[in-house]
Design a binder for this molecule. Structure first.
Ligand SMILES: *[C@@H]1O[C@H](CO)[C@@H](O)[C@H](O)[C@H]1NC(C)=O
Ligand SMILES: *[C@@H]1O[C@H](CO)[C@@H](O)[C@H](O)[C@H]1NC(C)=O
Ligand SMILES: *[C@@H]1O[C@H](CO)[C@@H](O)[C@H](O)[C@H]1NC(C)=O
Length: 469
């Protein structure tokens, strides 16, 4: 009966001694990482997607840029849509964590502490430290996320995010008004300055919620999804389905809690605690040992279901609500790719747009990326094993979608990267960097349509003001 707790404890001891060995061998040691770290959905660290950054957070590999070598291409513009970095839990999750920690405290003083003393173990090795005022704010690690991303992008695009362009403030910077995004865009600017050895940073970003938080300005979305009680039915069903039940039963047994006390929300709170302690403090929290990789995949699926039905293909209006951002992007690219006389000013070298997972996911679905043949539902967990819609991979903290426009002999070309890895446009799969005019042809129907007011206000007709917003 002691097997599990011993293995958990010995895992910690083993990890610690491994860490110490590594520390003594090299200064480039990688700290102990929970086995379930790659399954935290939108609460995943960027390093889980790009593990080489754990060794060198500034390393870039220019081979990800793949314009045809025979066409003598040079990059002329970069648009980056970036999610804020690691953050504290929001109030909703902090309240769940409080509930969970109270349950653990109460039960551990009352009972034997579960089948193997798990409750006492948690009680002695972990202390509640989250407070409601932290509400979703960027943490120090989150500033680092953006700082380092800026430096890597500057190294990857030295002619665009150049010292001169940074100094002359030629780079456009736009952010959502949320505190975590404003802090992120500041950190990005500090990173750029530091890359070029400049000391004073005078921030030059603008706040634009119509662009970066379009979802809350789209009535069709707010009414059809956000306030629609049945929009997330699949998520509710899965929460009570057999896979989640098995995870809940196991956790309740381990902790020696009556099953009805441990709601699916509290199971998730424990899982998220593991994620927060890793992303905020780089700690391998004792909460992590409650889950193995199979459990984590079930909880990841639950998060993916939510994002799919709330922010992506589940409802077409989610993608369409991002039309303003879509048009903004293509207007910027059109301008940057237009032929110029040598006397004209050079085009805007880069546009940095900082927002949320809720900004990126609708845009990605409008563009047709990460779309699987079968939608994920409460009943097809098993067959969704190899799905491409995995938010742990797509929208970790500091997730980014990069549009790189090149000037080439045959005309402008466009490359797309997600989290610094090349991705091909759906429908143009034969090329990493297709001609820009082929990309425009691919999205012709959206370039000619995708009207925010029609899509978002359509049902009631006209351009009614968003009074309830
Ligand atoms: C860069 O990435 C390519 C694959 O895209 C790989 O073959 C190469 O080894 C990498 N170079 C370095 C220095 O990591
Ligand atoms: C609410 O969501 C359900 C399920 O996706 C959908 O069938 C229904 O049309 C939505 N209701 C509204 C008012 O959009
Ligand atoms: C996780 O635990 C369950 C039993 O609770 C077991 O069936 C499963 O095989 C385990 N998965 C891994 C990857 O160890």
């Amino acid at each position: 009966m002691f097997r599990v707790s011993l293995s958990a404890r010995s895992a910690v001891v083993a990890a610690l001694s491994l860490l110490l060995t590594r520390l003594s061998c090299s200064s480039l040691s990688v700290p102990d990482i929970p086995q379930i770290a790659a399954y935290f959905g939108t609460k995943t660290r960027y390093e889980e997607v790009n593990p080489h950054l754990l060794r060198d957070s500034l390393s870039v590999n220019a081979s990800v840029l793949r314009p045809p070598p025979t066409e003598r291409c040079s990059p002329v513009h970069l648009t980056a849509v970036i999610r804020h970095g690691s953050r504290y839990p929001t109030v909703k999750n902090i309240r769940r964590i409080v509930k969970l920690s109270e349950l653990v405290r109460r039960e551990s003083s009352r009972s034997s502490g579960g089948s193997e003393g798990w409750l006492r173990e948690l009680q002695s090795r972990w202390e509640m430290w989250y407070t409601e005022d932290m509400d979703g704010q960027l943490v120090a690690k989150g500033r680092e996320d953006l700082h380092q991303l800026a430096r890597r992008l500057a190294a990857l695009f030295p002619s665009l995010l150049s010292e001169e362009n940074v100094r002359a403030r030629r780079i456009r910077l736009v952010t959502s008004s949320k505190h975590r995004c404003v802090s992120s865009v500041e950190a990005f600017q500090e990173g750029l300055r530091q890359q070029w050895g400049q000391h004073e940073v005078d921030y030059s970003h603008v706040v634009d919620d119509e662009l970066m938080r379009f979802f809350e300005h789209c009535r069709g979305y707010v009414e059809g999804v956000e306030n629609n009680r049945t929009a997330l039915l699949e998520v509710e069903k899965f929460k009570r389905g057999e896979e989640m039940e098995a995870v809940r039963r196991k956790m309740a047994e381990r902790l020696g809690l009556p099953q009805h006390r441990l709601t699916p929300d509290l199971v998730e709170a424990a899982f998220f605690l593991c994620s927060y302690e890793l992303s905020i403090k780089s700690l391998h929290s004792p909460w992590c040992f409650l889950f193995n990789e199979s459990d984590a995949k079930v909880l990841e699926y639950k998060s993916d279901l939510k994002q799919y039905w709330k922010r992506s293909y589940g409802h077409a209006i989610s993608g369409l609500s991002s039309c303003p951002l879509f048009h903004h992007l293509f207007r910027t690219l059109d301008k940057a790719g237009r032929p110029r006389r040598s006397t004209e000013a050079s085009p805007e070298p880069a546009s940095i747009l900082v927002g949320h997972a809720e900004t990126l996911l609708p845009l990605l679905s409008l563009l047709g990326l990460h779309k699987d043949k079968t939608p994920p539902t409460a009943n097809n967990y098993q067959s969704q094993y190899g799905r491409t819609f995995r938010t742990s991979r797509i929208t970790p903290y500091a997730a980014n979608l990069l549009f790189v426009l090149y000037d080439c002999q045959r005309g402008p070309r466009l490359q797309l990267l997600i989290n610094e890895s090349p991705v091909r446009f759906p429908g143009l799969e034969t090329e990493d960097v297709p001609l820009y005019r082929d990309v425009r042809a691919l999205y012709r129907h959206l370039l000619d349509g995708c009207d925010f007011h029609r899509e978002c206000e359509g049902r009631t007709g006209g351009r009614a003001p968003n009074t309830e917003l």
